[in-house]
Design a protein around this ligand. Structure first.
Ligand SMILES: [Zn+2]
Length: 684
């Protein structure tokens, strides 16, 4: 919610894992070539706790780093990628003063150099915000507040609400202009509305935090406390009108196309024509409103809440957006709430770690191109295509044989699968950064420029033909994704490394790790969200009503299964929020196992390694990819906000729905996680 393109559609990146936190350096424990037997706890029975059977020794031996809220295999790879980027940025920063103006080397080098200029940033204090704060102080009408909202949006900060361009869900050949709910200081609307003791405590801590931050800007203690109360009142009203994360998963509910006049009627307190003029696109005629209830309430609030209170809210929002990049007093207080209180992290990461991540995130593909050139061997692409081929073939065979699916639905499902594209490593066409200027004035100057560049680049798509070569993930990212409007999966270079992908290891290990991820992403095209899109990426219900009903009945089992997992103090996983991911894990394992078996046809049966058969290594590899340790606060936060379940729930959930798993590990009734066949969903 800080810097970056606002997530207009929650579906835009149904990635394998979404949490984009940063990782720190662990004491170097060299990753073994493939499956690590030493990570396992062989005293535990696989059917009682598969997660700890596969990872028990690793979990026991890991000392949680003080600057992390969770640590898993993704972090290990992120850490390695970050160290590589750090080396690259350091050398570019040293030479960028001499680099020709406008080159990638100059832009990346200068951005990083300014980000690392701790003394300069310290000396500036909060002065980089002075002009913004003065404009807010001077605002004499609500219309001027609205002008300020547009000005912040142009810096890519979704203050009050978010707006931007995405493919029109009903017409994948054209772009649409979207409005989305936003405007909160805490990361989810439920933090404002829940009535349990955890939520009440967090609200108190948030009020203390807002007070402390405004005091740092020079407010008196009483003034700051009163302002914090106002901020919470405004944000709570916005939160109550916001959709829940489960509601946001309802795809058709996001699509509310309106004319400007209709929007003005829905949300009369805000001058929408003026806003469009302010962002430089007065020509926009239709808008797609993802949360009409939010905009109705926002419009009412602009009439009812006083100008003085709006000025307080704007002051806080502007400060909060840029706080991590100001002097240390602001940075540390920001850490206190967002990392310590919300996630349990004990220490802030060193500057170079934070700023390497910031540079990579802000300059995205400009950095990606450099990363790929140096660290992505072309041979990866070929092996990945081979793996994908087998998993896709397995998916097709399954689809053809599904007893519950009608021929009408099946035909279209097969078409969709055939049209599904896969892109590996990096995009075919790199983004053009020619218009982005980066200099050596200050970090904040560069951040604003990169924010303006990103907002404008997004806006400029409107009216142009849809570019399906676009990636919504940087190549250096350790993640994967499926985008339903392009009907395309992407596997960035960043994830194609151990323990996800091994160029040299046996097939079982690769199918259990990256192969499962391929099946997972593929199945997002057919899960409770992806199934709303046809092969061309248009939102259309191509399922027969009977098939929809049967699908829903089967997924109910998954909602209940995952809802039964809890934290140590009894907070339940949200089975509805994580449903798409849980369907995808179940499908991913099923398809990848079948793909692995396909790949063995005509070959000699694989020999056991370390005493484990090929099929055992398949499941163990899956389980080891999801190893991890998490702080209690962070686990609760994840359950609240993340569609992706924590690794333990993934590993102790999905395999127990795959019939072959029971034979492979000889799991019998009576084992703690045993599920009788009728309790297992039969979707794919
Ligand atoms: Zn996923």
């Amino acid at each position: 919610m800080k810097h970056g393109i606002p997530t207009i559609l929650m579906i835009a990146a149904t990635g394998l894992i979404l949490a984009c936190f940063t990782a720190s350096l662990l004491p170097a424990a060299a990753e073994p070539p493939a499956l690590a037997k030493k990570n396992m706890d062989l005293k535990i029975r696989p059917g009682d706790d598969f997660f700890r059977y596969a990872n028990g020794a690793w979990i026991r031996d890991l000392a949680m780093p003080a600057d992390k809220s969770e640590y898993d295999a993704f972090d290990q790879v992120r850490e390695q990628n970050r160290a590589r980027l750090h080396d690259l940025f350091e050398s570019l920063a040293a030479g960028s003063a001499q680099a020709a103006k406008g080159t990638a080397a100059q832009k990346v080098g200068d951005f990083y150099a300014m980000a690392m200029d701790a003394a300069g940033i310290e000396a500036l204090g909060s002065t980089p915000l002075d002009a913004d704060l003065a404009r807010i102080a001077k605002a004499a009408t609500i219309a001027e507040i609205e002008d300020l909202v547009a000005a912040f949006h142009r810096e890519n900060l979704p203050i009050l609400f978010g707006s931007g361009v995405e493919v029109d869900l009903m017409n994948s050949n054209a772009y649409g202009y979207y409005l989305a709910q936003s405007g909160l200081g805490m990361p989810d609307r439920d933090y404002y509305t829940r009535d349990d003791s955890d939520a009440r405590k967090l609200r108190e801590q948030y009020a203390v935090h807002v007070t402390a931050m405004l005091a740092l800007l020079g407010a008196s203690p009483e003034g700051a406390a009163a302002a914090a109360k106002t901020v919470l009142e405004i944000e709570t009203r916005l939160a109550r009108a916001s959709k829940t994360r489960v509601e946001m998963r309802n795809i058709p509910g996001l699509y509310n196309k309106m004319t400007l006049a209709q929007l003005q009627e829905l949300s009369p307190g805000f001058d929408w024509g003026r806003y469009l003029k302010n962002i430089g696109r007065p020509d926009i005629g239709d808008l797609i409103v993802t949360a009409p209830g939010f905009f109705k309430e926002m419009g009412a609030m602009l009439k009812e809440v006083s100008l003085a209170d709006w000025k307080t809210y704007m002051r806080w929002q502007a400060l909060n957006a840029y706080a991590p990049y100001l002097s240390s007093a602001f940075v540390n207080e920001n850490f206190n709430f967002y990392s310590r209180a919300l996630e349990g992290t004990q220490e802030i990461e060193e500057r170079w770690k934070r700023m390497t991540s910031l540079t990579s995130g802000s300059l995205d593909q400009l950095v990606g191109e450099m990363y790929v050139e140096k660290y992505f061997p072309p041979a990866c692409k070929q092996r990945m295509e081979e793996l994908c081929g087998h998993v896709k073939k397995a998916f097709e065979t399954r689809l053809r044989g599904l007893p519950w699916m009608s021929e009408a639905t099946r035909r279209q499902a097969l078409e969709k699968l055939q049209s599904m594209r896969i892109e590996v490593g990096y995009p075919d066409k790199w983004e053009d950064y020619g218009k982005l200027e980066i200099g050596r004035e200050s970090l904040l100057d560069n951040l604003r420029r990169s924010g303006r560049f990103a907002f404008q680049k997004n806006l400029d798509q409107l009216g142009k033909p849809v570019d399906t070569s676009k990636w919504d993930m940087a190549p250096q990212i350790v993640n994967a994704g499926y985008n339903p409007v392009y009907n395309k999966m992407i596997f960035p270079a960043g994830i194609l490394q151990p323990p996800f992908f091994f160029a040299e290891a046996d097939d079982a290990v690769n199918y259990g790790a990256i192969g499962m991820a391929i099946g997972h992403e593929m199945s997002h095209g057919f899960d409770d969200q992806g199934r709303w899109f046809d092969k061309d990426g248009n939102m259309r219900d191509w399922w027969t009503p009977e098939d929809s009903e049967k699908f829903k009945q089967q997924t109910k089992l998954l909602v209940e299964q995952y809802g039964a997992f809890t934290t140590e103090d009894g907070v339940h996983v949200n089975g509805e929020l994580s449903l798409g991911e849980n369907i995808a894990d179940y499908a991913g394992l099923t398809m990848s196992l079948a793909g692995y078996h396909l790949s063995l046809q005509g070959k000699e049966a694989p020999k056991a390694i370390d005493g484990f058969s090929g099929d055992q290594r398949f499941f163990l590899s899956f389980a080891q990819v999801w190893r991890g340790k998490i702080r209690p606060e962070a686990l609760k936060k994840k359950i609240q906000e993340d569609v992706h379940p924590w690794g333990e729930f993934r590993v102790n959930g999905a395999p127990f729905n795959v019939p072959e798993f029971y034979d492979v590990f000889n799991i019998q009734p009576g084992a703690k996680l045993y599920r009788a066949p009728e309790q297992r969903p039969s979707i794919w």
